[in-house]
Design a protein around this ligand. Sequence first.
Ligand code: SF4
Length: 140
Amino acid sequence: MSPDDYDRLYAESHDRPAFSNGDEGYGWMAANCDRCIHDKPARQGNDAQGCPLVLLTLMGRTPAQFVDGPRDENGLYGIADQYVCTEFRGEDDPDPEPRPLPTPPGQGELLPREPFEGHRMLTPLTPADHATAAPGGEAL
Ligand code: SF4
């Protein structure tokens, strides 16, 4: 991932803000982006080479790479782990490029993996999606 990927990342992002307010956004970034290799250029004063996902959040979008972090029984979350960013790489990681897990030895592959690798986002279902006819004909 690089800043040149911005258009592709924008196209696959959600059209909704990632954070409710600035405290949430800057709190999450302080806990994650401030130690991630992708935003290291911005920390060194080169904003143009900073993380394109950060730019997306500043544009009011939610990147597809943001996966919800843990929630308690009431749906509450901590600011630092509201999301887990699947592109996060520690800035001291000696090999920051993500590598797909290799196919285990001896396991056959029915289909090539490449077209199915990448980020996927679940979309919320509407109640109509779950409407099931009861035996009497009424929707459940
Ligand atoms: S890849 Fe994720 S964690 Fe890293 S700087 Fe970008 S948004 Fe932050």
